[in-house]
Design a protein around this ligand. Structure first.
Ligand code: NAD
Length: 259
């Protein structure tokens, strides 16, 4: 049984997108769900990496776990992943952590429509497509939590490692979260967003130590966040205890944006 769902609900599966990256927030979150007793599904672009992450989680935490290839921008790919889960022996889906994301470093003058569309597709449309597929499973199973990945960039407009397209996508995630929270409340499903500041992962490809130090020093708490700190928030928002919190954006940024 999951430690963070009520006893009468029984064990549930947490689906985590973008969870194959070894130093990423997604994999840390998948591990944290497993630590709390959830069964876990790892979804990411590469099947072998997703399976390897799931096998490592199953052996470390002793929970059911599976990894599948899934491109969150493709309706067919997301539908296939959802059907594979239904056809498996995994417990019903009770939580969806939409963590897959890509940055958008281009300055506005160089930002083309292809990059704009790709950034919106992965960061925003992906969360719409996965929600469409997994909400019916949550309704059928009687327990539902959706946690979407936004960013301080939605609030600041940039300044960390991404610019306008990413800011628009991550602000869109906040709107998606609010809309879904209202619409899904009648089913008892909560929907929240997490807006991290700078987190120590591999997303800033090409960033050197000096740049990473500069980013940390710009944070009032004088350090970057860790994937584990983000993971703890995702899993807590998925818990029974967080059942009266919906439609919110949780800032977790070391004080870099205080509203
Ligand atoms: P990461 O690059 O380690 O992880 C991103 C993961 O998303 C990768 O595993 C990648 O393969 C996967 N992915 C990319 N496109 C995909 C697609 N189309 N379908 C499925 N999976 C896909 O980076 P991270 O820092 O762990 O980022 C995780 C999330 O956190 C992202 O949404 C990112 O925007 C957000 N975020 C990160 C930071 C930070 O400072 N690291 C800050 C705020 C928000």
């Amino acid at each position: 049984m999951s430690l963070s769902t009520p006893p009468e609900i029984g064990q549930r599966t947490a689906v985590v997108t973008g969870a194959a990256s070894p130093r990423g927030i997604g994999q840390a979150t998948a591990r944290r769900y497993a630590r709390e007793g959830w069964a876990v599904v790892v979804l990411d672009l590469d099947a072998a990496s997703a399976q390897a992450a799931a096998e490592s989680i199953a052996s470390e935490f002793g929970v059911p776990s599976a990894g599948f290839a899934c491109d969150v921008t493709s309706e067919d790919s997301v539908a296939n992943a959802a059907q594979t889960i239904v056809d498996s022996d995994l417990p019903p889906v009770g939580a969806l952590a939409n963590i897959a994301g890509i940055p958008s470093p281009s300055a506005f003058e160089e930002l083309g429509l292809d990059e704009w569309n790709r950034v919106i597709a992965v960061n925003l449309t992906g969360s719409f497509l996965t929600s469409k597929e997994f909400v019916p499973q949550m309704i059928a199973g009687g327990y539902g939590r959706i946690v979407n990945m936004s960013s301080v960039t939605a609030q600041h407009g940039g300044g960390v490692f991404s610019r306008t397209a990413y800011a628009a996508a991550k602000a869109g995630v906040i709107g998606l979260t609010r809309g879904l929270a209202r619409e899904l409340a009648e089913h008892g499903i909560t929907v929240n967003a997490v807006a991290p500041g700078v987190v120590d992962t591999d997303i800033r490809a090409g960033s050197d130590d000096e740049n990473e130090r500069r980013l940390a020093q710009a944070v009032p708490l004088r350090r970057q966040g860790t994937p584990d700190e983000m993971a703890a928030l995702f899993v807590w928002l998925s818990s029974h205890d967080a059942g009266y919190i919906t439609g919110t954006t949780q800032n977790i940024n070391g004080g870099s944006y205080i509203s």
